[in-house]
Design a protein around this ligand. Structure first.
Ligand SMILES: Nc1ncnc2c1ncn2[C@@H]1O[C@H](COP(=O)(O)OP(=O)(O)O)[C@@H](O)[C@H]1O
Ligand SMILES: Nc1ncnc2c1ncn2[C@H]1C[C@H](O)[C@@H](COP(=O)(O)O)O1
Length: 204
């Protein structure tokens, strides 16, 4: 079984992925952030590094999907390959930080990859407002993320809303994380578990 947690930067994906992996004993797959060779440079100069970063994330995420398929295990994944293409790359192109020529090149590779992958059995979308995302990004304290603008987060949130409202590839669970605190309140984590189990009824 393949579960994926999706959502904007700072929504709580890594935190929830870790908690669910411990709770159910599922293997977890995290994003390639700490050893990412482009991320810090990207935040310093988005236009210069956007194509290199997108290709890096695409390759790294495709490797994860391949591993998920080959492992035969229950796996929970922190962010999906769809977000790289439909949220981040598209937004960088909209913001003229990724040229049309590079975006077309990227899309051609993504379209090819898409024919080899299947959607997760369940996608859990952590929905959050920009002020709460900003608070959590600040709390996490990655220095290079200090340059993330409200405009960038807002545009990403709009892309998420559009993508999620058209998502039909598999089961979808939307959790409004600003109204709950699944870290501090066990009853809120329990609420998420109930929702997941209702969605996965029969697959457990
Ligand atoms: N529900 C929550 N309550 C309090 N703090 C949270 C919650 N979810 C995440 N955080 C904190 O917010 C920061 C960002 O969370 P993280 O899981 O890294 O987000 P993401 O992986 O979506 O970028 C971390 O410092 C984390 O501890
Ligand atoms: N495809 C991507 N393009 C640009 N930036 C990306 C992409 N995927 C992830 N990121 C960034 C956003 C954050 O700074 C880090 C980690 O993501 P997070 O949502 O905090 O788990 O990578």
């Amino acid at each position: 079984m393949h579960i994926a947690v999706t959502g904007n930067i700072g929504a709580g994906k890594t935190t929830l992925t870790t908690m669910l992996s411990k709770h159910y004993g599922w293997d977890a797959q995290f994003e390639d952030v700490d050893h990412n060779p482009y991320l810090e440079d990207f935040y310093a100069d988005m236009s210069k590094w956007s194509f290199a970063l997108q290709i890096y994330f695409l390759g790294s995420r495709f490797r994860q999907v391949k591993e998920i398929r080959e492992s035969g295990k229950n796996i929970i994944q922190d962010r999906t390959i769809y977000e790289d293409a439909h949220i981040f790359a598209e937004n960088l192109n909209d913001m003229n930080l990724l040229s049309d020529r590079d975006f077309k090149n990227y899309e051609a590779v993504f379209t090819l990859m898409k024919s080899f992958i299947s959607a997760p059995d369940l996608l859990i979308y952590l929905k959050s407002d920009v002020p709460n995302l900003v608070k959590k990004i600040y709390k996490r304290g990655r220095e290079y993320e200090a340059s993330i603008s409200i405009e960038y987060l807002s545009k990403l949130n709009q892309k998420y809303e559009k993508w999620i409202s058209n998502y039909t590839e598999g089961k979808l669970l939307v959790i409004e994380v600003d109204d709950i605190d699944f870290v501090e309140k066990p009853e809120d984590f329990g609420f998420i578990l109930e929702k997941i189990e209702a969605e996965l009824n029969g697959l457990f």
